[in-house]
Design a protein around this ligand. Structure first.
Ligand code: UDP
Ligand code: MG
Length: 314
């Protein structure tokens, strides 16, 4: 098998409707580019017909296609990570399977990499997602910029990106089980570039992300790259303590000057509930971090590969 120059890594979770179009458009673009390439698709615990369709790609294109089958669903980022563990190319491209990232943009990414960058970040121009997705995304981006100011990128959810091999090896070596690839890459990058790319509507099928899954995913990003939520609670704690102290002093003086206070019961309730709410939220945030620390200390494998389908050597 000849050494590929470009490796394309694609996570797949229940994408039976789009895989054939993906295959056609991707191979057309890559054949035209004329550089040796491989395509690694990670089947992230699909329960539809994706498994069979993917295996068929290896039969049709044994020189280019390799399929990694997980034993169950581990999420998009772990699926990409498994692809990273197995790449052989020098330039690694990640993209979504649903064709929201047009394969026709790949040559531009490669050209940008060849200018000497070790990462090419992207932002989606004219994003084609439904309204509530855009809303969640805008809110999240705003929060993310506040929480992780060091993360200099427009759009961390844009998955069509290019990485130099040494960066991919570093990401694999980091061994984390809940991470966010696009942000992780930037912590190792020396010379990143950023370009705008086209974004399309999902070719077919439905998004794997529910609202709940999206929230979990964003917590992964924040907890992995920022301690701001924890530190914020220290400050809130200090401020609330100071205010309460002032309040107590005021009540004391008031009692000495005017006499004991009887009314104001509901104000007291309101203040108490507000502070209790803060405490519960603080405990929740602590839990987000501790839960992840716990998972890392278990040292379980990040994912289990059931099988790798590829051309038999020799
Ligand atoms: N994906 C995956 N595992 C998951 C969820 C999604 O491998 O648990 C893949 C999915 O097949 C697609 C990419 O990740 O290739 C992005 O997912 P999707 O299009 O559902 O997300 P959206 O575009 O709605 O953010
Ligand atoms: Mg999508």
């Amino acid at each position: 098998m000849s050494q590929p120059y470009i490796s394309i890594v694609i996570p797949v979770h229940n994408e039976q409707e789009v895989l054939e179009i993906l295959y056609q458009r991707l191979t057309t673009v890559m054949d035209q580019l004329g550089k040796p390439y491989e395509v690694i698709l990670t089947n992230d615990g699909s329960t539809d017909n994706s498994t069979a369709i993917l295996n068929d790609f290896v039969k049709r294109r044994p020189n280019e296609f390799r399929i990694i089958h997980f034993n169950r669903n581990y999420g998009q980022h772990m699926a990409i990570m498994a692809g990273f563990e197995n790449v052989r190319g020098e330039i690694i491209i990640t993209m979504d399977a649903d064709l929201q990232n047009p394969p026709e943009e790949i040559p531009r990414l490669v050209a940008e990499m060849e200018k000497g960058h070790d990462v090419v970040n992207t932002h989606r121009m004219d994003r084609q997602d439904n309204r509530w997705r855009l809303l969640v995304s805008h809110a999240h981006n705003w929060l993310r910029k506040k929480m992780i100011p060091s993360l200099k990128m427009e759009d961390e959810g844009s998955m069509l990106r290019a990485y130099r091999r040494n960066l991919v090896d570093l990401m694999v070596a980091s061994g984390e089980s809940s991470t966010f690839i696009t942000a992780l890459a930037l912590t190792y990058a020396a010379n990143p570039a950023e370009i705008g790319i086209k974004h399309e509507e999902r070719a077919a099928g439905t998004s794997s992300y529910s609202f709940y899954k999206l929230i979990r995913y964003n917590f992964d990003l924040i907890t992995n790259f920022s301690l701001v939520p924890l530190q914020m609670f220290t400050f809130i704690g200090i401020s609330v303590s100071i205010l309460s102290l002032l309040f107590v002093i005021y009540l004391l003086i008031r009692r000495l000057v005017i006499g004991p206070e009887v009314a104001g019961l509901f104000t007291l309730f309101a203040i108490a509930f507000f502070i209790m709410g803060l405490i519960i939220m603080g405990v929740g945030i602590l839990g987000e971090y501790i839960g992840r620390i716990y998972l890392e200390t278990l040292k379980r494998p990040r994912f289990v590969i059931r099988e790798i389908r590829q051309q038999q050597e020799g």
